[in-house]
Structure formats: C-alpha cells, structure tokens
Design a protein around this ligand. Structure first.
Ligand SMILES: [Zn+2]
Length: 89
C-alpha cells in the first residue's frame, strides 16, 4: 500500500467523520436548540434611573386642604386648623 493511498484514505475518512459530526450537530441543534450564547458583559454606563418615590413626586400639598375660614392648609382628615388666629375652634 502506497503512502499516497494511505493519505488519501485518511483524508476521505476524516471528511466522512466531519460530515457525520456536522449532520449530528445540525440534528441536535434542530431538536434541542442552539447552544446558549455567552453572557454579555455588564455595561457600566447608563444604569436605570431610580423611580421617584411618591413623596418626591407629590409633596404635602396632595394631602392638605385649605381651611374653610382662614385658608391655612391643614391635613384633609383634620376638622380644624392649628393656627392661633383661626376663627374656627
Ligand atoms: Zn383655620
């Protein structure tokens, strides 16, 4: 057996093995799915802005109502204001 023939047979065998592996890999990917991609590195720039809190968005005005008589702002649950010059008791 000549050396050239051995090399040719080896090449054919390697080619056949490679084609077989490729076909199996294709079947595997088709039924199982592609291999998971490597995780992208965390980008340090542009972190998501923190949502503003309810207190930051709406100040105290939301929960206050003006006094019916003197106009002083007081809590919506209070029945009378705490101003000393308020005509209400
Ligand atoms: Zn008042």
């Amino acid at each position: 057996m000549g050396l050239l023939l051995k090399l040719a047979l080896l090449g054919v065998a390697l080619y056949a093995a490679w084609k077989t592996l490729s076909r199996w890999k294709g079947l595997y990917d088709r039924f199982v799915g592609p291999p998971p991609k490597p995780q992208m590195p965390e980008r340090p720039a542009a972190p998501p802005p923190a949502p503003p809190t309810a207190a930051a968005r709406q100040p105290v005005i939301e929960e206050t109502v003006p006094c019916r008589v003197c106009g002083a702002y007081l809590s919506s649950g209070a029945t009378k204001c705490s101003r000393p010059d308020c005509p209400l008791p």
